[in-house]
Design a binder for this molecule. Structure first.
Ligand code: GLV
Ligand code: MN
Ligand code: MN
Length: 437
């Protein structure tokens, strides 16, 4: 961790330091677009907070896509849609070239209980960066591209980061089309249905560099008193779906010793995942986010449970050890309880380390703008971790108030959202000049 400057002076007017050689984004325009996009698939949290529900490839996702594509086309950018539905808008370089751009982007799909900034900030800040350049007549040595990638969240279709994974060549398009979601829908069919099965082939063209702006989605920056994060990498992710098959029976008449109770086994697994994470210690995390019991009735011993386990660690060896211990526990438990437990891998990504040159550039740029900067790894998965397979990559984080995310109550101060976009603008300009890479 490095404090690169005195603590930030707090919110600033969006147009401060907006000089010809040091341009700044139009913060009001960025905030307005964030509001407009959040209103597509609107939801209200228990505390009255406003968020969005745009599960990937649903009608709400299509409406959000249409809105963002309109903004891209309004800027006369070259807009392409690829075979997995990723949308990339490019502004040509000074010499008219569209190849090897400095690229930014993120996602606009959300979990069912999404906030307003997760993903959306990175996409709309990218559009704002390009609009700022156009407005100020600033031409660049390399093209500038902004993308939104399909199904980053993985909440409807696994794995997460699907669009950027396919873009980077980590999964074939045929395999991706055949993925079936939590509602039985198929990726290929849903892409065609919403009109985003594009013509551009995957894997996609290699950018010069990739940098993604995102809210932290965790409490670290705020707690430690740093305004901007220079993200060093993304921790490894292991998602497994478990199907436990026991025997449904009468809740009143079946003595406890005769039960093969899928509900009880699911509860034991959830407890084990929690205790394992506590034992391994920080930064290991383990989550059981979903348990479906069948038949799910008050007086019936559950016949089946379908549940998910999400394990994450920055260290691949520790992540593997946690998987091994979970599997050993499942074997013991199924034998002891007389149930079967089948496993299906939903996502498995090793930890990713970003490019030092881009991390340093983010740190220096944010610091030069008067911010305190902390280097930190990301707890959440991001499209940048897939793009890192192709080109030098890093990320910029802004604070997330109380670390709340995947929740309509997600909040980042306006001034921080705008500052993040300003850092993005300057990092991209520097990357375009080729002095760093
Ligand atoms: C996806 O964004 C995840 O980190 O779960
Ligand atoms: Mn995200
Ligand atoms: Mn998310």
């Amino acid at each position: 961790m490095t404090a690169m400057a005195s603590p930030s002076a707090g919110p600033r007017a969006p147009t401060d330091s907006n000089t010809a050689d040091r341009p700044a984004v139009d913060g009001r325009r960025l905030l307005r677009r964030l509001e407009e996009l959040a209103a597509v698939g609107p939801i209200t949290g228990a505390d009255g907070s406003r968020g969005s529900a745009r599960l990937a490839l649903t009608d709400a996702d299509r409406d959000g896509r249409d809105l963002v594509v309109t903004w891209m086309r309004d800027l006369a950018l070259s807009v392409s849609i690829d075979a997995i539905g990723n949308v990339i808008a490019t502004r040509p370089a000074r010499d008219g070239s569209l190849t090897s751009p400095v690229m930014t982007g993120s996602h606009i799909d959300t979990v069912r209980t999404g906030g307003r900034f997760d993903g959306n900030l990175g996409v709309l800040a990218g559009i704002e960066v390009i609009e700022t350049l156009i407005e100020r007549g600033i031409e660049t040595t390399r093209p500038f591209a902004v993308a939104f990638f399909t199904n980053e969240e993985g909440a409807r279709f696994s794995p997460d980061m699907l669009g950027s994974l396919v873009y980077a060549g980590g999964m074939t398009i045929e395999e991706a089309y055949d993925i079936v979601g939590i509602d039985g829908a198929r990726v290929g069919d849903e892409l065609a249905r919403i009109g985003y099965l594009g013509a551009q082939p995957c894997p996609g063209p290699v950018p010069h560099a990739f940098v993604e702006l995102h809210i932290e989605q965790g409490p670290v920056l705020e707690l430690e008193g740093f305004r901007i994060g220079a993200v060093t990498g993304v921790q490894g992710i292991s998602w497994t779906e478990l199907t436990i098959t026991g025997q449904s029976n009468h809740a009143g008449t079946t003595p406890m010793r005769f039960r093969h109770d899928a509900g009880y086994v699911a509860a034991r697994i959830a407890t084990f995942v929690r205790e394992l994470a506590t034992e391994i210690g920080h930064p290991h995390v383990g989550t059981v986010g979903k348990i479906d019991l069948h038949p799910n009735l008050v007086n019936v011993v559950a016949a089946t449970a379908v549940m998910t386990v999400d394990l994450r660690n920055t260290d691949e060896a520790v992540l593997q050890e946690s998987e091994r211990r979970l599997h050993a526990f499942l074997d013991e438990l199924s034998a002891a309880e007389g149930v079967t437990i089948s496993k299906r891998t939903l996502a498995r990504f090793e930890p990713v380390i970003f490019d030092d040159r881009v991390i340093d550039l983010v740190e220096k740029t944010a610091s030069d703008l008067g911010n305190t900067v902390m280097r930190l790894p990301s707890g959440a998965g991001h499209d940048a971790q897939m793009m890192a397979r192709l080109c030098p990559t890093a990320m910029i984080f802004t604070q997330s108030h109380l670390g709340i995310s995947h929740n309509p109550a997600e909040h980042t101060d306006d001034a921080d959202l705008v500052m993040g976009a300003d850092v993005l603008l300057r990092v991209m300009l520097e990357l375009s000049e080729g002095t760093v890479i």
